[in-house]
Write a protein that binds this ligand. Structure first.
Ligand SMILES: CC(C)(COP(=O)(O)OP(=O)(O)OC[C@H]1O[C@@H](n2cnc3c(N)ncnc32)[C@H](O)[C@@H]1OP(=O)(O)O)[C@@H](O)C(=O)NCCC(=O)NCCS
Length: 205
């Protein structure tokens, strides 16, 4: 079995087109190009993307200018660092690769980086109908703290406001470590391999 390498990297201008394409696939167009550009320009924004790259041997054998050489964006996630809080503003995984652990991997990376940046809390908004996202957030200890009435204009749905506290506690460090340990095996089941630099946190610019 050949494993596809998963790289984690900050969003860069060169990745804007790919991010917009993925946004369209995951959310049907949540943010515009200007929206992504604002993230690039903001010093409070910590935006990570997951890039899937075919193993070196295979890419070399492929003489066409196949997109696999530069990789395919399969996930994106971002938080805003505001005071001591990580406000998670976006989290999406390519529809073709959902339910394989990539969402969990991205959220793990965001929370790990938030911890590394000395943040104390994480928060986000989610649709009550989004069972996949809710299951994912609860797994990391997010709890419902309120609602914004009729927040989503398309369906008139409320937004649940979730909070995760105590990022700097040993308990939360344990949650992260446990998650990291289980993820490697889960991802391997679906043919994913983490690149070697995975355990180096990305510092907020
Ligand atoms: C939400 C999302 C990011 C999750 O990413 P993912 O890679 O599919 O999630 P994972 O494979 O890591 O699964 C995380 C958990 O979600 C649950 N889950 C995944 N897909 C599910 C589905 N279709 N229905 C119900 N639960 C599901 C699983 O219980 C899983 O927990 P487990 O590890 O105990 O099995 C992804 O589904 C997505 O991009 N959805 C569209 C955009 C979106 O809604 N983003 C969130 C906005 S707040």
């Amino acid at each position: 079995v050949t494993l596809t390498l998963l790289q984690l990297q900050p969003l860069t201008p060169a990745l804007l087109d790919a991010a917009l394409e993925l946004d369209q696939l995951c959310f049907g167009g949540l943010w515009t190009r200007d929206g992504y550009q604002r993230e690039l320009d903001s010093s409070s924004s910590h935006f990570l993307v997951l890039n899937a790259v075919e193993p070196a041997g295979e890419a070399e054998a492929d003489t066409s200018s196949s997109p696999t050489k530069s990789g395919l964006l399969v996930g994106l996630g971002c938080f805003w660092s505001i005071l001591e809080e990580a406000h998670i503003t976006i989290l999406g995984v390519h529809p073709q690769y959902q339910s394989q652990g990539l969402g969990q991997l991205l959220l793990y990376a965001l929370l790990r980086d938030a911890c590394h940046s000395k943040l104390e809390w994480a928060t986000l908004e989610v649709r009550p109908s989004n069972q996949a996202a809710l299951a994912l957030y609860r797994r990391f200890g997010f709890k419902e703290a309120g609602r914004r009435r009729r927040y989503y204009k398309d369906t008139d749905e409320d937004a649940l406001i979730l909070w995760c506290s105590g990022l700097q506690t040993p308990e939360f460090q344990g949650v992260l470590a446990n998650c990291r340990q289980l993820l490697g095996d889960r991802l391997a089941l679906y043919g994913w391999q983490l690149s070697e630099d995975w355990d180096v946190p990305h510092v907020i610019s």
